[in-house]
Ligand binder design. Structure first.
Ligand SMILES: [Zn+2]
Length: 668
């Protein structure tokens, strides 16, 4: 078979697993994945059968068709693992995800394929093609392709173990929801719509779950410290004890992989093909983050503690379970801002319309809702068009559902390839609302999260028009991936933009300017402390991966680290590591968030604050960053857009904005 036949053959068949019954039937899902893997293998066989000089056209084209089928299968097994209505299908999707990951691991150690790619002549290749091949060859070397056959088999087995541990770890978090019982009196401080949704049973008890829409308001508003503590412990032990040993096994397996490959530790291996380059560079970055946030965070802690002591003179310290509550109380008092007061202006439907409208204007695209649903009737489907041409599609699965993943994420559904597949992506979220009797009033932090996830979504769609599947959409270095999401978050701060959609769900009144001003001030208080929390998670993620985990005591480690970085008191029984879901995907590289925040804020500072959506910067950003997908190194995209490397100044300014504001001056 020639390249054209195989590449065309790979395209036949349904591109959505659920349309062939894969959301309802485990067997149908398996058949669909079988077909993808068969196409993947056919493309690889054709690649190895090529005779004569190798070119991008006769060889990379086939390799890319193999990648495209694998990422298509992986994306949808991943999505169905998170959202399929039936447990049997979710279980099957997890097994399929494992099978696909294994095919990926086998490919990454396939020496014949490596040699075929290494033989491609790049003399006349464009920069994206060259980058794709060079990066792929690097990842082959990092995977151990040059080891002997026995070692490669051993590495494959290790990857299989690591994948299994990762999937089990995530699944335990996803399905490990707990409930706690509360009395009516303990719900004091919670908003009326929350109380309305949580009626006591015959015995006068109210049942609360650890799902976000139940948990978050308790931690922010409940005046009962006993209730907050129960909720905190339930939430942070929802995958404990099961995940304790799984995590240790996962860390041990990763360390072994690194050792076999000749790296000192997993973190050095996992950063070798990232923008960061090495674990030592991550440490250096963390030191900068520490220095930049220390004083501000100390000041914030002192102010909140001083305030809390005025309210409760017997209070000696504030613990981790009360931090959110006292922040809320402090903000109400210092900024005359009650975060509940804005919730009626953020009913889910209006927010959705507002986020879409913002993105449409910023990126100059149109969205059209289709008369279709995806894997569940509650999912809404949109088409993305540009000048009358359809350029992609996305799925919004936005509210909690039994058995569905409980976090907030953006996921690829179909990896876009120019002329072959339109990019498709999904948001899998757990925002309030979703039933006819619930307007879904959102906290403003929820709205920020929506912007964040939509930033990922637009990256997948607009970056999904590349020539190669292997550099499409999210295929940047992993530590660049949180730039587009965190960049879009900043748009939430614009008054004009907010007022275009934030309307009271009963009266239709526009969110008043004065309220927005206070909200922004209150929202900017606590940023240095927030950076410290990020520093904690980031350091933990690195510490767990840059040394031999043998004999590691997760409880002692997490507590000791928290105490060295945070002024709030630790809560005994906190097993946060057992539900720190990012440890599977990001492993040692959780620094990505903080590192990309620095870049994102520098990017955002290039926009004209008076005309965020109208200025030319949006178009430039779209072209130089989003549309590139993974066609060039993140470092180059930063330089293309900024004309230089990123700097800390916008980040530092953002962190200390609160102290420069006039309200803070007037307050004391
Ligand atoms: Zn994100």
């Amino acid at each position: 078979m020639g390249a054209e036949t195989v590449v065309a053959g790979a395209m036949t068949g349904e591109i959505h697993a659920w349309e062939l019954g894969g959301a309802e039937s485990a067997e149908a899902l398996t058949r669909w994945v079988d077909a993808r893997i068969a196409a993947h293998e056919a493309a690889l066989a054709a690649l190895l059968a090529v005779r004569g000089p190798r070119s991008p056209e006769n060889s990379l084209r086939l390799y890319d068709a193999a990648i495209e089928q694998l990422s298509l299968a992986g994306a949808q097994a991943g999505v169905l693992n998170s959202v399929a209505p039936h447990k049997a299908v979710r279980d099957q999707a997890q097994m399929e995800a494992q099978r696909i990951a294994m095919a990926g691991a086998a490919l990454s150690l396939n020496r014949e394929v490596y040699e075929a790619l290494a033989a491609i002549s790049l003399d006349r290749a464009d920069p994206a093609t060259r980058h794709y091949v060079e990066r792929t060859l690097l990842s082959y070397r990092l995977a151990g392709v040059d080891k002997d056959a026995d070692t490669r088999e051993y590495l494959k087995a290790l990857h299989q173990k690591a994948t299994k541990y990762s999937l089990d770890f995530s699944r335990n978090i996803q399905e490990g929801g707990k409930t706690i019982a509360a009395t009516q009196g303990e719900l004091d401080g919670l908003p009326p719509d929350y109380l309305a949704r949580h009626q006591p049973d015959a015995a006068g008890q109210i049942t609360l779950t650890t799902d976000q829409p139940d948990m978050q308001p308790v931690m922010t508003f409940a005046s009962s410290s006993a209730l907050r503590e129960r909720m905190f412990l339930a939430y942070n032990t929802r995958a404990y004890p099961a995940n304790q040993q799984i995590l240790l096994d996962l860390l041990g397996t990763r360390q072994e992989i690194a050792t076999v490959l000749g790296f000192r530790n997993w973190a050095d291996l996992a950063t070798a093909d990232q923008m960061m380059g090495s674990a030592a560079n991550v440490r250096e970055f963390l030191a900068k983050l520490d220095a930049a946030s220390r004083e501000g965070a100390q000041r914030e802690h002192e102010m909140v503690l001083e305030f809390a002591r005025k309210r409760q003179p017997a209070l000696k310290e504030i613990d981790i379970t009360s931090r959110g509550y006292w922040y809320e109380q402090f903000r109400r008092s210092a900024f005359d801002f009650d975060s509940q007061s804005v919730r009626p202006y953020f009913p889910y439907a209006k927010v959705e319309a507002g986020v879409l409208e913002t993105a449409a204007k910023l990126f100059k695209v149109q969205f059209r809702r289709l008369d279709a649903s995806g894997w569940d009737p509650s999912v809404s489907v949109f088409e993305v068009a540009e000048g009358g041409k359809v350029v992609g599609r996305f799925y919004l699965d936005m509210h909690p559902r039994e058995g569905k993943d409980k976090w907030f994420s953006a996921a690829p559904v179909v990896t876009g390839v120019r002329g072959r597949y339109l990019p498709e992506a999904a948001l899998i979220c757990n925002f309030p609302g979703g039933s006819a009797d619930d307007p879904g009033l959102m906290q403003y932090s929820d709205v920020v999260t929506f912007f964040h996830e939509f930033g990922h979504l637009m990256h997948a769609i607009l970056g999904g028009q590349t020539e190669w599947a292997g550099v499409s959409g999210f295929a940047t270095e992993g530590d660049f991936i949180e730039v587009p999401s965190q960049m879009l978050e900043e748009f939430f701060r614009d008054e004009k933009l907010l007022q275009s959609f934030a309307r009271h769900h009963e009266t239709g009144e526009v969110l008043p300017s004065e309220t927005i001003r206070k909200m922004k001030l209150a929202g900017s208080f606590g940023r240095a402390d927030w950076v410290r929390s990020q520093l904690y998670y980031t350091t933990l993620s690195l510490d767990l991966h840059d040394q031999d985990p043998a004999g590691l005591d997760l409880d002692a480690k997490t507590k000791q680290l928290y105490q060295s970085l945070q002024p709030w008191t630790w809560c005994e029984g906190n097993r946060m590591y057992a539900s720190f879901g990012h440890l599977t995907g990001y492993s040692s590289n959780y620094y990505t968030y903080a590192f990309d925040k620095v870049i994102a804020l520098d990017f955002f500072a290039q926009f004209d604050p008076k005309d965020l959506l109208g200025c030319e910067t949006g178009t430039r950003y779209r072209k130089l960053v989003l549309e590139q997908g993974g066609s060039k190194p993140g470092r180059e995209m930063v330089r293309d857009f900024l004309g230089r490397d990123e700097e800390f100044s916008a980040f530092s300014k953002w962190m200390s904005e609160e102290f420069e504001s006039e309200v803070m001056g007037a307050r004391t």
